[in-house]
Design a binder for this molecule. Sequence first.
Ligand SMILES: Nc1ncnc2c1ncn2[C@@H]1O[C@H](COP(=O)(O)OP(=O)(O)OP(=O)(O)O)[C@@H](O)[C@H]1O
Length: 264
Amino acid sequence: MDRKILTYDSVEISFGGKAVVHDVSFSLEHGEILGLVGESGSGKSTLIKAAMGLLGPDGLVTRGDIRYMNQNILDIPEKEKRKIRGAGIGMIFQDAGASLCPIRTIGEQIYESMRVHTKITRSEAKSRAMDLFDKLNFKDSQRVWDSYPFELSGGMNQRAGIAIAMLMNPPILFADEPTSALDVSVQRQVVREMLKLRELFGTAIVIVTHDIGVVRAMADTVLVLKNGKTVEYGTADRVLDHPRDPYTRKLLEAVPKLQRKVRV
Ligand SMILES: Nc1ncnc2c1ncn2[C@@H]1O[C@H](COP(=O)(O)OP(=O)(O)OP(=O)(O)O)[C@@H](O)[C@H]1O
C-alpha cells in the first residue's frame, strides 16, 4: 500500500506568469510532520496554498503535480477541491483570531463550518466539538463554545482555531506560522497540541515556521527553501544536526542562542 497521502512532484508556481517556486518535490506519509523553513519570501506559504487552491486569481501551478491520496488536486473540479479543503486538509494560520468571525460565537462558527461538509444538527456539532475540546485538554470547553473570539486570549483563539480545523478529522493539517503571534508559553502549548493531534488521530502536519525550536520539537522531516528552490530535504535529525548547505547552517545559526527547544 502506498503510505503517501500527499505528494508534490516537480512543482512550479507562478504569479502573473513569473515563477516564484521552482521544481519542488516532497511527500508526506500518514502521521508524518514536515517542517517547511526558509527566509521570508522563499515560497513557503505559496507552496501550501497551492494544494488548497488558494493562490488567488494571479497564481497558478505551471508545472508538476500535487497529489492527495492518488488524486491529482490540480485536475479535479472546484467542487471536489472544496471537499478536500477542510475534510481532507485542514488549515490553521498565524492569527486564528483574525480568521474567526468577530460577531459570532466559536460554537456558531463550528456549527456552520461543519454543516458545509456534513449533514449535522447543532447538538451533534456541539457534542463533537466538546469531545475534541476535552481530548485537547481545554479547561473550560463550555465557555469556549459560548465565547466570541474577543472574549478569549490570543492563545485560546489559536487553540480553538486548531480544534475547528480538526473537527472533520482531516488526515492532513497545514499550519502556517501557527505559533509566531503567541508568547513563548502559549507557543509550547500549541506545539504540544499539534503533537497530540498526531498521537490521537495520526494527523500528518506540514508546519511552516521561522522558529527552528518548533521544528526541532515537532518535525520528522525538514524541507529548506530559498528563493522558491529546495536547498535541502531530509530527516529532521540529518538536516538540523548535519546540514549540508551553507544556507541551512545560516538559518540554524540564527536561533540557537534563544534555546527555544520545546519540551513536550
Ligand atoms: N498574490 C501574489 N502575487 C504576486 N506575488 C506573490 C503573491 N503571493 C506571493 N507572491 C510572491 O511569491 C514569493 C513567495 O512568497 P511567500 O509568501 O510564499 O513566501 P514565504 O516564504 O511564505 O514568506 P513569509 O515567511 O514572509 O510568509 C514572494 O516573492 C512573494 O512576493
